[in-house]
Design a protein around this ligand. Structure first.
Ligand SMILES: Nc1nc2c(ncn2[C@@H]2O[C@H](COP(=O)(O)OP(=O)(O)OP(=O)(O)O)[C@@H](O)[C@H]2O)c(=O)[nH]1
Ligand SMILES: [Mg+2]
Length: 370
């Protein structure tokens, strides 16, 4: 017996007190039952799942497996991605049945509060609700995600809700792919409504618009500067504008903002053919205007399914998804290419020194890549 194991063993109590080596029997202390239970649990949690395990787990809405599938999708390892793609392929026949709603607005406008109230409203109607966030900068703003979790505290406790913060790394393109795939997984798990909140500002609005059926812009009333602060382009993406925080002293101002937006909307292009974008007020805090908003969404759905725009949009979204995946893959292949890796710096240096024109440099590098 090695010396390190010696102290773990002892002589059984029927061995006389001062007995020597003639009693060769020694007992090694047993293992703690509780500890075994814990270890087994830990082990089974980390149990390697095969593709069918993932598929079955998602279809049964096993939340642990659902979360693990999304982690697989979000992973930057190519072996994980390979499994994820196989799982997705098997889930595909069970996707597409949900209603996808994107939500954008200024920081602090009340997006998360609205999602909490609206999400609970939908759950009360018997729907299952998944909440995803898209935030290409979330490596820097981890705090806002923590904040979101507490802001959606009631919703996160509901068994018919599933909240997943934004994948925390990568380019907007990469984050968008992950969010799209996560959306499909949630659909396969049986969620009826998927809410996608934009957390970052800027380009992410267009990206979210390109993956949802209905797009909501949440605003708040200010001192008459509502329309100046937000780009015309973002308003033209919206199928509905809600002026939130229409409660207390703020109600009158919100009503004023509503009429200003309504006027402006006359002159703008609608986001969806055959649909007139309207401005309304709501209070996420008081739960007012929520039912009316849901009625608007229902009306939108009826009209756009009726005139074919709904499925047309989904089809064209699939095509742009395909194209953006090609772009993403080509870019990654380019920068990961061995020759490019060794030549890029040298060529960049030559451009910096004025020895090579940028056009020549790009042609040179692309030739090396091909
Ligand atoms: N009075 C009032 N306050 C509200 C309402 N909705 C949200 N708020 C408050 O506004 C603040 C910001 O709300 P959030 O829901 O975090 O806003 P957000 O748009 O998700 O913010 P970011 O995620 O940081 O962009 C919080 O203090 C909320 O309590 C509302 O309807 N009425
Ligand atoms: Mg938020």
């Amino acid at each position: 017996m090695s010396s390190s194991n010696k102290h773990k063993s002892y002589k059984p109590d029927w061995v006389p007190k001062n007995a020597g080596a003639e009693f060769a029997v020694k007992v090694v202390k047993g293992v703690d039952k509780e500890k075994v239970k814990h270890e087994t649990k830990k082990f089974s949690k980390r149990r390697n799942l095969d593709i069918q395990d993932y598929v079955n787990g998602v279809l049964e809405n096993d939340r642990t497996i659902l979360a693990r599938t999304i982690t697989l999708i979000e992973s930057n390892s190519s072996s994980h991605n390979e499994i994820a793609q196989k799982v997705l392929k098997k889930l595909l026949p069970n996707t597409g049945k949900s209603l996808r709603i994107g939500i954008t607005g200024f920081p602090g406008a009340g997006k998360s509060s609205f999602i909490e109230t609206f999400g609970l409203f939908l759950i009360n109607l018997g729907y299952k609700v998944a909440v995803l966030a898209i935030d290409p900068s979330s490596t820097i703003t981890k705090g806002s995600i923590l904040g979101d979790k507490t802001r959606m505290e009631k919703l996160s406790r509901e068994k018919n809700s599933f909240i997943r913060p934004s994948p925390s790394s990568g380019t907007l393109g990469g984050v968008a792919r992950k969010t799209r795939e996560t959306m499909l997984v949630c659909e396969a798990a049986g969620y009826d409504v998927i809410l996608v909140e934009t957390v970052g500002v800027g380009q992410s609005e267009t990206t979210v618009r390109s993956m949802v059926d209905f797009f909501l812009l949440i605003m708040i009333s200010g001192a008459g500067d509502e329309l100046q602060g937000i780009k015309k382009g973002v308003i033209e993406l919206a199928d509905s504008i809600l002026i939130n925080k229409a409660d207390g002293d703020n109600k009158a101002k919100a009503m004023l903002a509503k009429s200003e937006f309504s006027m402006a909307l006359h002159y703008l292009h609608p986001a969806t053919m055959g649909w007139k974008t309207q401005a309304d007020v709501c209070s996420a805090l008081k739960g007012e205007g929520i039912k009316e908003f849901w009625n608007t969404v229902q009306k939108f759905k009826d009209i756009t399914i009726g005139n074919g725009i709904f499925s047309e949009r989904r089809n064209s979204q699939n095509i742009s998804w395909m194209l953006s995946m090609i772009e993403e893959k080509l870019l990654a292949d380019f920068y990961n290419n061995k020759i490019i890796k060794s030549e890029l710096d040298k060529v960049t240096e030559r451009v910096l020194k004025g020895n090579l024109l940028p056009t020549e440099a790009s042609e040179l590098l692309l030739k090396l890549f091909n």
